[in-house]
Design a protein around this ligand. Structure first.
Ligand SMILES: Cc1ncc(C[n+]2csc(CCOP(=O)(O)OP(=O)(O)O)c2C)c(N)n1
Ligand SMILES: [Mg+2]
Length: 318
């Protein structure tokens, strides 16, 4: 298999794994086994996986609330991820967080997503400044949506990223919606065009085309690592489901939502792999393996224990 196809095949494997994990979580929520609030990531896997795969293990990731594909792509343990949503000791927070979770794995550079949307933008700028001052060579990648791109924190983070040539890549997942607010209502210009005003490079890509996303991310990460500065990647993604699991989604035109579904990165990538000569049987093997891996992780995580009450003051610094 040529290298380009191998990379696409690996992206497909991780996208499939992430959506299989998500389906398993949604079933746990349906069965009232996980008391979580979850924002389904179907439609954004192409961007989350392909961009994250351009990072090294020690690079920093500030993910966003939409799905988990970036976290899976960074290599966080699937059992620990379930543990976080179940609020038990097998989670990365060892049972100290659940609901809208904050999965953190410092060894993998996964720094969380911040308490409020947009907070991660300034945390990411701080992480990038730290690696620049330490000359560690680490790159920071920060994901957020079109809604969060309009917070004031974006200006603060983007300003220092450009002024100080920080080793950072901002990935804006523009899915056209912030809950029920269409992007045309919230945003005057194009996100990608903001880059020039801050002294960054801006690229716009089709977020459902992992090859395009990966190419843009590899270039941006290399620029950051070489001290050439920050990049904004605006990826056009689709939100294939409601804002959160359980959202009736009555505010969106069903015809447009169905049109958006044509940009499902998983379906498109599978078709592209077959077109490039990958065999159906090879794809079926990684799909089956992913389903088995997820089912085993789920069963292991369900056996985790709730934290003991005396741990309530752990990790509180006040
Ligand atoms: C500061 C802040 N305001 C509001 C919310 C509630 N909230 C959670 S997700 C969301 C929409 C975000 O839209 P966008 O950034 O486009 O991401 P998407 O949900 O489309 O992936 C809102 C308003 C929040 N978490 N933090
Ligand atoms: Mg959005």
């Amino acid at each position: 298999m040529p290298q380009a196809s191998r990379t696409l095949f690996e992206i497909y494997r991780v996208m499939f794994l992430a959506q299989a994990w998500e389906q398993a979580l949604l079933r746990l929520m349906d069965e009232n086994l996980a008391a979580a609030l979850y924002h389904p990531g179907r439609g954004s896997e192409g961007t989350e996986v392909a961009a994250t795969m351009a990072l090294e293990r020690s690079d920093y990731l500030l993910y966003d609330h939409r799905g988990v594909a970036h976290i899976v792509a960074k290599g966080v343990d699937l059992v620990a991820m379930f543990g976080d949503f179940l609020g038990n000791e097998l989670g990365t927070t060892r049972g100290m967080g659940a609901g809208v979770v904050h999965i953190v794995d410092p060894d993998l550079g996964v720094l969380g997503q911040s308490g409020t949307l947009g907070g991660s933008q300034v945390i990411a700028a701080g992480a990038a400044l730290s690696s620049k001052l330490r000359r560690s060579g680490q790159v920071t990648m920060c994901f957020f949506g079109d809604g969060a791109a309009n917070r004031g924190t974006f200006h603060e983070a983007a300003n220092v990223a450009g002024a100080w040539k920080l080793p950072i890549v901002f990935v804006i997942q523009n899915n056209g919606w912030a809950v029920s607010v269409p992007v045309e209502h919230s945003t005057g210009g194009r996100f990608v065009d903001r880059a020039i005003g801050y002294g960054m490079v801006g690229v716009q890509v089709d977020g459902a085309d992992p090859t395009a996303v990966y190419g843009a991310a590899v270039t941006a990460v290399a620029r950051a690592r070489n001290g050439e500065g920050a990049t904004i990647i605006e990826a056009k993604t689709v939100r294939m489901q409601g804002h959160y699991f359980g959202d009736a989604d009555g505010y969106r035109d069903k015809v447009l939502v169905a049109e958006d579904a044509q940009s499902d990165p998983i379906v498109r990538t599978r078709a592209e792999l077959l077109r490039q000569g990958t065999l159906e049987a090879e794809i079926a093997v990684v799909e089956r393996d992913a389903l088995v891996e997820v089912a085993e992780a789920r069963d292991k995580a369900l056996a985790g224990k709730a934290p003991e009450p005396e741990r309530i003051f752990e990790d509180i610094y006040a």
